[in-house]
Design a protein around this ligand. Structure first.
Ligand SMILES: [Zn+2]
Length: 246
C-alpha cells in the first residue's frame, strides 16, 4: 500500500466512490472514463495500477470496486472538499454556486494538518453548504436520515430540504433564487403544471420549479400526521422527528 494517493488517484477514488453510491451493480471502466471525460484505454491502465497499489479490486469482467482502504481515502478527499466548501462560503464570502469548483482545485493541495486546523476554526461543521454530510477524520460517513428526490415526493407530502447536487452553478443560483436551500420546508402541492413545472410550497410561498431540477433536490419527508388519511405508507419506518434533528 502506498501512502498519500496522488491528485490523479484521489480523483479516481472520489469518482468511483460516487458511482458506488449512485449506481447498482458493478462499475465499468467505461463509466469511470466517462465520469473523468477521458478515453477508456488510459482509464484502464490507471485502474490496473491502482489495483496493484491496493486502492481497488479490478477485473475486466467484474468491473471496479474500492477496497476498504480505497474507500477510506475517497472519504478523506470528500472530507477535505466539503470542509473547504464551508470555509470558502463562511469565511471568504463565496456564494454556494462558486465553492465546488474552487474546492475541487484546493482539495489536492492542502495538508492534513491544515485541514484539521480549518475544521477546528470552523467549529467542526457536519455538513457542507449544499447539505451533504462531512466524513469524519477517520474516514467514515455519518449516517443521515433517509431522503427522497423532490421528483419522487408524493403530492401533498412535505418535508425539509436535506441537500442539493452541487456540481451545476446555474442550478444552484436558480435554487437560491427560489429559496430551495437546505433546511427549508417544502410541500408538493400538485403533480405537475403546464410547461413541465412542478408546483411547490416553499415555506409560505408558492413556487414552481422546472421538472428538470427536481431530481437534484433531496428531501427528508415529515412523518405523516396522526389520523391523516394517506394512500401511501411513509417510505421508512425509522423516520426521525424533524423537531429533533435541528
Ligand atoms: Zn462540492
Amino acid at each position: 500500500m502506498s501512502g498519500q494517493p496522488s491528485p490523479a488517484v484521489q480523483d479516481y477514488l472520489k469518482l468511483i466512490h460516487h458511482l458506488e453510491q449512485t449506481t447498482d451493480g458493478p462499475i465499468s471502466t467505461q463509466e469511470v472514463a466517462d465520469g473523468l471525460r477521458i478515453a477508456a484505454p488510459p482509464a484502464t491502465r490507471m485502474l490496473q495500477k491502482m489495483a496493484q497499489s491496493g486502492w481497488l479490486d479490478y477485473s475486466r469482467y467484474q468491473g471496479v470496486r474500492l477496497t476498504d482502504e480505497g474507500r477510506r481515502q475517497a472519504l478523506l478527499v470528500l472530507r477535505t472538499h466539503r470542509i473547504l466548501e464551508v470555509y470558502l462560503s463562511r469565511s471568504l464570502g463565496y456564494s454556494w454556486d462558486e465553492v465546488h469548483d474552487e474546492a475541487d482545485l484546493l482539495e489536492h493541495a492542502i495538508s492534513p494538518r491544515l485541514l484539521e486546523r480549518l475544521d477546528a476554526a470552523l467549529g467542526h461543521p457536519t455538513h457542507d453548504p449544499h447539505g451533504s454530510p462531512i466524513p469524519t477524520r477517520d474516514g467514515h460517513l455519518p449516517a443521515s436520515d433517509p431522503v427522497l428526490a423532490l421528483a419522487d415526493v408524493p403530492v401533498g407530502e412535505s418535508g425539509s430540504v436535506a441537500r442539493v447536487n452541487d456540481e451545476d452553478p446555474d442550478l444552484l443560483r436558480h435554487l437560491a433564487d427560489v429559496g430551495l436551500v437546505p433546511g427549508v420546508t417544502v410541500r408538493r402541492t400538485a403533480a405537475s403544471a403546464p410547461w413541465g413545472t412542478i408546483p411547490l410550497q416553499v415555506e409560505d410561498r408558492e413556487v414552481a420549479v422546472h421538472a428538470g431540477v427536481a431530481p437534484h433536490i433531496f428531501v427528508t419527508l415529515n412523518a405523516a400526521p396522526e389520523g391523516k388519511e394517506s394512500s401511501t405508507d411513509p417510505p421508512s419506518p425509522d423516520f426521525n422527528d424533524p423537531e429533533a434533528s435541528s
